[in-house]
Design a protein around this ligand. Structure first.
Ligand code: SAH
Ligand code: SF4
Ligand code: F3S
Length: 470
């Protein structure tokens, strides 16, 4: 498939910078310091985009706030991956009618993957008239221009034309955590799994230049960032013109600094032995891979257009574990793909038992208008699918707990990353959550050695032994 990449030119970005200045001037004339609230749904890609949106808004003179009430600007960054996600967005956007009424001049913008679907943008145009502007993921870099038109033009603005997809380097960014960062390395997806909306809303695959990624990661490492996750819908098909994803990882892992590199998501058809060898060779690459298998029946995998078989998946995992015995493996599974039979579902259960992932993210199939799977017959009733779903969760919860119990008694180097319900939280190299007793907030952002004392399905408990600096 063609992967032509358009890079937004410095002139185009300069024009947007000028719009930032005009928005700032708009507020200065009114003697106001405006505040904005950015509400994010969906995956890490959207989290990363929202950090760019916040960066742009700061350049436009906005302070940031954490609720819609009283904000001068509300930006809702939406997700289209399942119907449930969309319904939540529609519900919450509907409720903004009231916050807007209470705050004269409040502007509401919608963006993200839902806005990449023409019928959704149309529904917003017709039925959500309190929404002032809409931009799809392809137009994120044009936010200053859109915002200026919304503030001064007196009419609603829609930036939703389908674009081939481009890369905008050098957008400002307001990162939410100084110790953990997302770094997009590629955008879009060419895989067209038959159930999935992402390729339609995020466009074709395009990769950033390796030197741009290296510069960003170097800067983060120098600033003391500890945990850097490389993002892409399909990171393993990264194509940096002679630099593949494993090469990129190796180059980043040679940078100075006390940090770990992670990446997601990997597609089994593109995750190579070279990738696993590279991970095994570099201590700065976390021993964790998120490698979704989606289903355990070869017929269903074929119908999903996944382009691997269960046997190939198992071979890949066996190789990865051979070179990295301590590898943490997580995966996604869809239950109830159209036409999936109970026997085929049982094959998924068997695969779950055979693979023994550390954690599994399970989803009930959700038809997405416009995708091939949405046109298939789907005769199994929802109640039946929910029974399968519960069986799958029971099986995986048992496995996750068993896997977690094996940590008890070990002493691990973990990164303290926050506080929740009175306890410090931390992440192991493999990204398992540890709730820590002892220690104080001064440790947030540092590595500590922790004795693992207990295990549950989704987390471990541990005690801080000592700070750990290399
Ligand atoms: N590019 C990533 C993430 C895609 S979305 C990947 O390929 O894994 C994250 C997960 O949502 C997918 O792995 C899949 O398990 C699930 N998903 C995607 N579309 C879905 C749908 N229509 N119904 C239910 N789950 C879906
Ligand atoms: Fe969707 Fe498949 Fe692309 Fe993942 S690889 S984003 S599941 S089409
Ligand atoms: Fe959702 Fe878009 Fe991510 S559809 S899962 S926010 S790429």
């Amino acid at each position: 498939m063609e992967t032509k990449t358009t890079v937004i030119t410095p002139e185009q970005l300069g024009r947007q910078q000028a719009f930032c200045g005009r928005v700032r001037a708009y507020w200065e004339r009114r003697g106001r310091s405006p505040v904005a609230f950015v509400d994010t749904y969906g995956c890490q890609q959207n989290e990363a985009d929202s950090e760019r949106i916040r960066g742009i808004l700061e350049q436009c003179g906005y302070g940031l706030t954490d609720g819609a009430e009283g904000a001068d600007l509300v930006v809702v960054n939406t997700c289209a991956v399942r119907e449930h996600a969309e319904q939540r967005v529609f519900g919450n956007v509907g409720a903004l009618v009231h916050t807007k009424r209470r705050h004269e001049g409040q502007r509401i913008l919608l963006c993200g993957c839902m806005m990449g679907q023409p019928q959704v943008a149309e529904k917003i145009r017709r039925s959500y008239v309190h929404v002032d502007g809409v931009f799809s993921p392809h137009h994120l870099w044009r936010l200053p221009e859109l915002l200026f038109s919304v503030l001064t033009g007196g009419k609603r603005v829609f930036f939703t034309e389908d674009e081939p997809g481009a890369i905008a380097e050098g957008l400002p960014v307001e990162r939410s955590d100084p110790h953990k960062a997302w770094v997009s390395v590629m955008y879009g997806c060419n895989n067209f799994c038959s159930y999935c909306i992402v390729p339609y809303v995020r466009g074709r695959e395009r990769s950033r230049r390796p030197e741009d990624v290296v510069a960003e990661v170097r800067q983060l490492a120098e600033a003391g960032c500890r945990d850097i996750t490389l993002l892409g819908q399909n990171v393993n098909s990264y194509d940096g013109g002679g630099t593949d994803f494993a090469d990129l990882l190796a180059e980043l892992a040679r940078l100075d600094g006390d940090f770990l590199l992670r990446f997601m998501t990997s597609h089994p058809k593109d995750a190579s032995k070279k990738l696993f060898d590279t991970m095994a060779a570099h201590p700065k690459i976390a021993r964790h891979i998120h490698l979704p298998f989606q289903a355990g029946s070869d017929r269903v995998l074929h119908a999903m257009n996944r382009r691997y078989t269960c046997a190939q998946y198992l071979d890949l995992v066996a190789y990865a574990r051979q070179v990295m015995p301590d590898l943490v493996l997580t995966s996604d599974v869809i239950v109830g793909f159209p036409g999936e039979t109970e026997a085929e579902f049982e094959e998924t259960l068997s695969l779950v038992e055979a693979v023994r992932c550390d954690a599994l993210f399970t989803f009930l199939y959700s038809p997405r208008p416009g995708t091939p799977a949405a046109r298939l017959d789907d005769p199994v009733p929802r109640a039946e699918k929910l029974r399968w779903f519960d069986r799958l969760c029971d099986a995986q919860n048992r496995i996750s707990e068993e896997k977690h119990r094996a940590y008890v008694g070990r002493t691990l180097r973990v990164l303290v990353d926050g506080r929740e319900e009175g306890l410090l939280t931390a992440r192991t190299n493999g990204n398992r959550l540890v709730r820590l007793t002892g220690g104080d907030d001064g440790l947030i952002g540092s590595y500590v050695l922790a004795d693992i004392t207990g295990a549950a399905t989704w987390s471990l408990t541990g005690a801080v032994v000592s700070p750990d600096t290399p």
